[in-house]
Design a protein around this ligand. Structure first.
Ligand code: THU
Length: 142
């Protein structure tokens, strides 16, 4: 699976976005170590708070199917319609991904001109909080 193919899967998933409040549609495609792809879209809610981002939709679908190891996620977003705008994952999604994904997990952001910006999870979420790790640390630095 190439980066471009994963972005294409995210674009297809974006078509399913339920975004009547923000009118901002997002799609994600999450690649497992075994080569399977789980897709997701944002799903908004009348009371706003329960809104689920595309990345977490894909992650929760995958984890609920028994997946635990991931290579990369592609994300595309933009105002409803075909135009994509730069859509980096929100902080909640970064933390949700960090629960299962290694520091070098790749985050691919598809852009309107067809180019892809690539980040590592550790660069978008430095100093990740993981309970197991925090329990091991006798003395923090803060
Ligand atoms: N959204 C995502 O799905 N993923 C992100 O990483 C950023 C934001 C969604 C949430 C909401 O439905 C809409 O975009 C506007 O914030």
């Amino acid at each position: 699976m190439t980066d471009q193919e994963l972005v294409e899967r995210a674009k297809l998933a974006r078509k399913m976005a339920y975004s009547p409040y923000s009118h901002f549609a997002v799609g994600a495609a999450l690649l497992t170590r075994g080569g399977k792809v789980y897709t997701g879209c944002n799903i908004e809610n009348s009371t706003f708070t329960p809104t689920n981002c595309a990345e977490r939709t894909a992650l929760f679908k995958a984890v609920s199917e028994g997946e635990r190891e991931f290579e990369a996620v592609a994300v595309v977003g933009g105002p409803e319609g075909d135009t994509l705008t730069y859509t980096p994952p929100c902080g909640v999604c970064r933390q949700a991904l960090a629960e299962f994904c290694p520091p070098d997990f790749r985050i691919l952001l598809g852009q309107n001109d067809g180019s892809i910006r690539v980040f590592r999870l550790i660069d978008l979420l430095p100093e990740i909080f993981l309970l197991e790790e925090a329990r091991k640390t006798e003395q923090g630095s803060c």
